[in-house]
Design a binder for this molecule. Structure first.
Ligand SMILES: Cc1cc2nc3c(=O)[nH]c(=O)nc-3n(C[C@H](O)[C@H](O)[C@H](O)COP(=O)(O)OP(=O)(O)OC[C@H]3O[C@@H](n4cnc5c(N)ncnc54)[C@H](O)[C@@H]3O)c2cc1C
Ligand code: FES
Length: 283
């Protein structure tokens, strides 16, 4: 007998397995959705998002920070910024949650195959880009040179820094880190520049015509990086941006997440810079 299809509006039950603090306001949450969610979650493409529900608080869109494990657990890197995320940060392992998705369009992996990939992450932007990075490194032979440039305000806000340094030491990628300022002594185990993320790009020599750039960070960063990447020779349809909008349904029904004529939850959250030209409110 054919199983009735699960409604995309109804969350699967899940529970919190563990949390790991990454900075004073950001933590990595590992959650286990019920087995019924596995088939849907296994279709996850880096850049897509899930709607995470916290009982008695509400629902928030979050881009998983890695691909689901074969057992179906999910890693979500979440900053505490308001009502729902504040409650999430107070939960103990075992606490009930809900999850639905994955939703939206992620990074165009088949098209990126064989090409160099330049990842540019500002602040919390490393969270959605981490799932792309992990995918690229797990399929290392399928892509050209992989470079991650990551900028944070200060060293203690740099997320995953030991993990990223270890991945770079393994030789799978080039890693360039920068902080806006460094009030404390920089940890000698990793090298880090002082300055803004666009400064890292200046003078960086790469095969721009063949490269795909994946960008995620605070909105003002996008305009600056797009213009620098285009000036450097990266085609606008190869500049991939992960955008954020307030969301409700997550599946293109409520029109809450409009970007011009496009919907962030359906046409994005990963967009090409070429698709956003002429939409002034996009960035
Ligand atoms: C596709 C997508 C992926 C995301 N991935 C992540 C992620 O991996 N990690 C993470 O920590 N956050 C992520 N976010 C942002 C996250 O959804 C918001 O921080 C969260 O919804 C805030 O909910 P809240 O109830 O805690 O805060 P609220 O009390 O609702 O708001 C607190 C503050 O955050 C602002 N805010 C709330 N939602 C958004 C939003 N969607 N875009 C911009 N500003 C917002 C509000 O204007 C307000 O200033 C993502 C958002 C989208 C759309
Ligand atoms: S969140 Fe409802 S249409 Fe995008």
């Amino acid at each position: 007998m054919k199983q009735p299809q699960h409604s995309p509006h109804v969350p699967y039950a899940a529970h919190l397995i563990e949390r790991r603090d990454l900075s004073e306001d950001t933590a990595l949450f590992r959650i286990a959705p019920e087995p019924g969610a596995l088939a849907e979650l296994s279709s996850f493409v880096p850049g897509q998002f899930v709607q995470l529900s916290v009982p008695d608080a509400g629902e928030v869109p979050i881009s998983p920070a890695d691909l689901p494990t074969p057992e179906g657990t999910l890693e979500l890197c979440v900053r505490r910024v308001g009502h729902v995320t504040d409650l999430l940060h107070k939960l103990q392992p075992g606490a009930p949650l809900g999850v639905r998705g994955p939703f939206g369009c992620g990074f165009p992996l088949p098209e990126m195959a064989g090409h160099p990939v330049l990842l540019l992450a500002g602040g919390l932007g490393i969270a959605p880009l981490r799932s792309l990075l992990m995918h690229l490194l797990r399929h290392r032979d399928g892509y050209g040179e992989i470079t991650l440039m990551y900028g944070a305000k200060q060293p203690k806000l740099m997320l995953f820094r030991q993990e990223l340094a270890a991945l770079a030491a393994d030789g799978g990628m080039r890693l360039y880190l920068t902080v806006d300022f460094a009030p404390e002594q920089l940890d000698g185990s990793f090298s880090c520049a002082l300055g803004l993320l666009p400064d890292l790009l200046k003078g960086f020599r790469f095969d721009a015509a063949d490269t795909y750039a994946a960008v995620c960070g605070p909105p003002p960063l996008y305009r600056c990086l797009i213009s620098d990447l285009e000036a450097g020779g990266v085609a606008p349809d190869r500049i991939l941006l992960s955008l954020e909008r307030r969301m409700r349904c997550g599946v293109g029904r409520c029109c809450h997440c409009g970007i011009g004529q496009k919907l962030c939850c359906l046409d994005g959250p990963v967009f090409r810079a070429s698709d956003l030209k002429g939409i002034p409110e996009a960035l």
